[in-house]
Design a protein around this ligand. Structure first.
Ligand code: AMP
Length: 283
């Protein structure tokens, strides 16, 4: 695996590979890698000649400075995990390399950014679009891999690719969970053992709520999940919404959309966790 720190070097190497007819896959990450990330890498390795993993903790997508400071970092361990997973190139730029000057671009994703994460993390998706569009420009991948765990992010990235006619295939990959059901996240390393146990209740309620789809209305399911989470003193619910998986707008009836997803954000201590469950899928 090659470790590359500059855009120019990465462009040079990838231009050479492309001229040989190689397909390029990209997995953007912020590091502190776990099995969720590795599942994306493995799929990227399988489906492309070259797998590029970017590791960059992107300041412009953090609306909370403290969250950025305490974000876990373990670059050496990450490099080892990527080597073992068969990744071809680790792109690990520093901040000056990605933002030689302030990025003032403002994206407009309409109603997709006016709900859920867009409400509670102001500017977050603009930062995501800034960094992902830069990475897409540099790497020019055929395919890019994103996890369904960040369901709204996937919708935003798809929209950006469409708006900018980037012609990149966005591949969505299923959520990888701990044995307890807790969705894997780099932020889980910030939880104490007790908090981790309590955090597993988030997926427990989501999975249980799935069994009510035929007997309860979306509003009743929302009520069930909210009550369950709120009954646990170590958890603080930020939102739980049942939405159309394409428009991300709330639904009133299960028949209102062909893809229906329940998205949740919960604080466990000072750690903010997100998760979701697909109640109904178009395909
Ligand atoms: P991050 O490093 O948190 O920015 O995540 C990088 C990519 O990995 C994103 O596309 C995430 O959606 C994805 N990802 C993070 N956690 C998981 C998980 N538990 N299962 C599947 N994909 C994940």
């Amino acid at each position: 695996m090659q470790v590359i720190k500059t855009k120019n070097q990465l462009s040079l190497v990838l231009t050479e590979e492309r001229s040989k007819g190689c397909n390029i896959g990209l997995v953007p990450t912020m590091g502190a890698l776990h099995q969720g990330h590795i599942s994306l890498i493995e799929r990227c390795v399988q489906e492309n000649d070259i797998c590029v993993c970017s590791l960059f903790v992107n300041p412009s997508q953090f609306n909370d400075k403290n969250d950025l400071i305490k974000y876990p970092r373990q670059p050496e361990k990450d490099a080892q995990l990527l080597r073992e997973a068969g990744c071809s190139i680790l792109f690990m730029p520093d901040e000056r390399e990605m933002y030689p000057e302030q990025d003032t671009r403002v994206f407009n994703f309409g109603q997709l950014e006016e709900v859920m994460e867009g409400v509670y993390r102001k500017g977050h998706f603009n930062g995501v679009a800034q960094i992902v569009s830069k990475l897409f420009d540099i790497v020019q991948p055929n395919k890019a891999y994103f996890g369904q765990k960040d369901f709204q992010q996937l919708a935003i990235v798809r929209k950006m690719v469409e708006q900018l006619s980037m012609g990149i295939d966005i591949i969505s990959c299923p959520i990888v969970r701990e044995k307890s059901g807790l969705a894997m996240s780099s932020r889980n390393t910030l939880l104490t053992l007790e908090q981790k146990e309590k955090a597993a209740l988030i997926s427990k309620y989501l999975i249980e709520s799935f069994t009510f789809v035929s007997t309860k209305t979306p509003a009743e399911v929302i009520d069930f999940v909210k009550k369950g989470i709120n009954a646990e003193p170590m958890l603080l619910l930020e939102y739980f919404e049942i939405v159309d998986g394409t428009t991300l707008q709330g639904i009133h009836d299960w028949t209102d959309a062909s893809c229906v997803v329940g998205c949740i954000a919960v604080y466990c201590g000072s750690v903010r966790l997100i998760d979701n469950i697909v109640y109904k899928n178009a395909d």
